[in-house]
Design a protein around this ligand. Structure first.
Ligand code: SF4
Length: 116
């Protein structure tokens, strides 16, 4: 598995995208392996930023760029997501350092795309 689905590949794009808000405003970014979501809905229960699409039964974030005040709930969503055998398909990154804050299964800040 490479994790190179459309959503996950956001993090692999080179350079800042024109629609990206300044880091000072929104210091965190969501990377979502949408193709591996199976609709458990735990993210939407944990965070305002996550909603279920009634037509597909799958989740999506309302915003891919988040501020300090939204960090905790998105970290919780990333940690409770049971996809990929509990590894999760929601990733919260620090845009300044590029490190993964959650779920960070390796505990080293590396982006945990793909896997089982
Ligand atoms: S918790 Fe994970 S698997 Fe469940 S809907 Fe949210 S993203 Fe999808």
């Amino acid at each position: 598995m490479t994790g190179t689905d459309e959503e996950g590949s956001r993090s692999e794009s080179s350079g800042p995208q024109p629609e990206e808000p300044p880091i000072a405003e929104k210091p965190y970014e969501i990377v979502f392996e949408g193709s591996r979501c199976f609709g458990a809905g735990k993210c939407a229960a944990a965070a305002e930023n996550w909603e279920m699409d009634l037509s597909t039964g799958l989740a999506s974030p309302k915003s891919y760029f988040i501020g300090e005040e939204e960090l905790n709930e998105n970290v919780e969503a990333a940690e409770v997501c049971p996809a990929k055998k509990g590894a999760g398909v929601i990733h919260v990154l620090d845009r300044e350092t590029g490190k993964e804050i959650a779920p960070d299964p390796e505990a080293d800040g590396s982006l945990s795309l793909g896997g089982p």
